[in-house]
Design a protein around this ligand. Structure first.
Ligand code: ATR
Length: 279
């Protein structure tokens, strides 16, 4: 019987079963990880099922905030961002943790071969993806975490949350419609984290005006969307360093696996499992 699940609404696209089962198989533990479609209304009932029947769960959209309210206890980092992507279930008790932030941190270091210390990070977006990761990056010794968002109020809330925990952090917010303001923030960023949902659909526009970018600029773009988006294509054309979100998904999954098993995850096996997809 499956002891681990990823749940979401929708969930059919998830690569978690492929990569988590690859990690379990790599240490001789079979393929105990499945997926289940769970709606927001069904979430409380699912928690009671999980409490009695499961050892671990990954939570994906749109349940990360609701899961933080339903867990019996939260780790410090989940408490700070109010988002949960991992449940650890022991003796009928459900602990909620958030590995998205550490997943992004490790992905940035791996993909760009740079540390975050002293750097200026710019988030484009202030929804669920940014919320789950910005506070963690703010605690990685960076100089600044700035935000651009269509709804600037949401950016300001996230910025305040980051500064609440890290008062020395620099953090400014600009509305996405302020092209000159956006251009100035892009130009002084070391890393741009694309954390809006733009790019999930094929005909989605760029999240920022094209004039924000100049050819061969020394910016590293991390797009949390894991397939080719308009932004990734633009970056390739302008020869700006840019990667999609795959490595972040793998690293957050590896961190979940390690919480459940206490065993170091085989990242290479997880990358292969991710690419193969499916259950
Ligand atoms: P997720 O959990 O995927 O992050 P979300 O919480 O709805 O989803 O957040 C989506 C993000 O993409 C937000 O930053 C949103 O901007 P708003 O806060 O202004 O809603 C951004 N976004 C979504 N559609 C957008 C669009 N058409 N133009 C600009 N930003 C958009």
């Amino acid at each position: 019987m499956e002891k681990y699940l990823v749940i979401g609404d929708p969930v059919g696209h998830s690569r978690s079963p492929g990569m988590q089962n690859a990690a379990f198989e790599a240490c001789g533990m079979g393929r105990p990880y499945g997926m289940r479609h769970v709606t927001s209304q069904e979430l409380p009932e699912f928690f009671e099922y999980a409490r009695k029947n499961l050892a671990g769960v990954n939570i994906t959209v749109p349940h990360k905030l609701q899961a933080a309210l339903l867990a019996d206890e939260l780790t410090d980092r989940a408490e700070k961002c109010g988002s949960v992507n991992t449940l650890i279930i022991r003796d009928g008790k459900i602990a909620g943790d958030s590995t998205d932030g550490v997943g992004l941190e490790k992905a940035l270091e791996y993909c760009f071969n740079e540390t975050l210390s002293g750097k200026t990070v710019l988030f484009c977006g202030a929804g669920g993806a940014a919320r789950a990761t910005a506070v963690h990056l703010a605690g990685c010794g960076v100089k600044a975490v700035n935000f651009i968002n269509r709804t600037v109020k949401k950016a300001e809330e996230l910025s305040s949350l980051c500064r609440k925990f890290y008062p020395a952090l620099e953090s400014v917010c600009v509305p996405a419609a302020d092209t000159a303001g956006c251009r100035a923030l892009v130009q002084r960023a070391d890393f741009l984290i694309q954390a809006t949902s733009l790019g999930l659909k094929d005909d989605d526009p760029l999240p920022l005006d094209e004039s924000c970018f100049v050819p061969e600029m020394k910016l590293r773009i991390f797009d949390t969307v894991y397939w080719q988006t308009a932004l990734q294509k633009l970056a390739a054309r302008l020869q700006i360093s840019c990667v999609g979100g795959k490595e972040m998904l793998i690293r957050q999954g590896a961190a979940s696996f390690e919480l459940w098993t206490g065993i170091k995850a085989d990242i290479e096996a997880m990358r292969r499992g991710f690419d193969e997809g499916g259950i």
